[in-house]
Design a protein around this ligand. Structure first.
Ligand SMILES: Nc1ncnc2c1ncn2[C@@H]1O[C@H](COP(=O)(O)OP(=O)(O)OP(=O)(O)O)[C@@H](O)[C@H]1O
Ligand SMILES: [Mg+2]
Length: 310
């Protein structure tokens, strides 16, 4: 069973903004990245899934239960994007109040609170008042609330926006820990480098439309890519397995080229071919695509097709 399933789910605000026509399935035990620039509809989508906003059209299910129902929210954790908790409480009091709300049996509360405080890396700080917390500590207490009821699926809306590099690493480790426990983490983010280190599966949204989804490494159409440095122009004709060649930079007596190939096995073949044709290679470097390249590729493609359509 899919943990999250939507069919053409749409939420617009009086016909404007929001997000439209999202069909996706998210399996168990993964960190799923929901990516898009500011204003692309990420928070709208999550809030609709959680029943905080009424869908304009389409349908959605969480753990098989229709969205908007109490049952669909039972095993869910949520870290909202801009949250504010009553700041006169201490961190511990806030967690106790949450434990009450999610009906954690009284006898288990103390232990569970200690567990989550440790998981989010704030042991010893939970007795302080929220008003005295740094942004990073506030974010951590928010995360602690989100996972307190041991949810099967956790929605994190930009969980690292307020965090320094150490805090970001801690949150990444926490997401991977949850995944290894068999939980599903649905991560809203525009921080691509961060997402690529924890997610295999992503959706890319842009201006309220889902552009593409899938395992992000497979979304890059280029199969293999290298950069080479030569001391002369490449004057020989290129073999057919070379799909694209471009000059990247002239560097004094050297020239740097980008070469795209049909697949990885073509890398030794092209090196052999150029060498045997008398072209001296001063550097050969495989280029691994980053999520940013995947993202830009698909966003640009959408812009181009929009230009053709209209
Ligand atoms: N309550 C609202 N009323 C009207 N329009 C809204 C409302 N909330 C969001 N929008 C619009 O819907 C679009 C998507 O907003 P949303 O907050 O879902 O995007 P986002 O991807 O989460 O952005 P960010 O990265 O800035 O958090 C935007 O154009 C926004 O202006
Ligand atoms: Mg948002």
């Amino acid at each position: 069973m899919n943990v999250i399933q939507t069919n053409s789910l749409t939420k617009t605000y009086n016909g404007k903004g929001g997000i439209s026509d999202v069909t996706l399935s998210v399996g168990e035990g993964i960190v799923y990245g929901f990516l898009g620039p500011n204003g692309s509809g990420k928070s709208t989508f999550v809030r609709t899934l959680l029943g905080l906003l009424q869908p304009t059209s389409g349908e959605g299910y969480i753990l098989g239960e229709p969205i908007g129902t109490t049952k669909s929210r039972e095993k869910v954790g949520y870290l909202p994007e801009l949250f504010r908790y009553p700041d006169w409480l201490t961190g511990k009091q806030l967690l106790e109040a949450h434990a009450e709300l999610c009906k954690i049996p009284v006898r288990q509360r103390k232990k569970r609170i200690e567990e989550v405080v440790e998981l989010v890396g704030m042991t010893g700080r939970e007795k302080g008042r929220i008003s005295g917390f740094s942004k990073g500590m506030s974010q951590r207490i928010g995360l602690a609330c989100a996972i307190l009821n041991d949810p099967k699926v956790v929605f994190l809306d930009e969980p690292t926006s307020a965090l320094d590099p150490i805090g970001r690493k801690d949150v990444r480790d926490l997401m991977l820990y949850l995944r290894d426990q068999g939980k599903t983490v649905f991560l809203n983010s525009h921080l691509l480098y961060e997402v690529e280190s924890v997610c295999d599966h992503v959706s890319i949204v842009h201006q309220g439309d889902m552009i593409v989804q899938g395992p992000w490494r497979e979304l890059m159409m280029i199969e293999a890519q290298i950069e080479i440095v030569t001391d002369q122009p490449i004057s020989v004709p290129m073999p057919t397995f070379v799909t694209h060649v471009e000059k990247i930079k002239e560097e004094e007596a050297r020239t740097r080229w980008g070469i795209q190939l049909e697949n990885e096995d073509d890398i030794p073949k092209i090196i052999q071919y150029l060498s045997s044709n008398g072209i001296a290679l001063y550097e050969v470097k495989p280029i691994t695509p980053h999520l940013e390249d995947v993202f830009m590729h698909w966003v640009n493609q959408k812009k181009e097709s929009a230009y053709v359509d209209h």
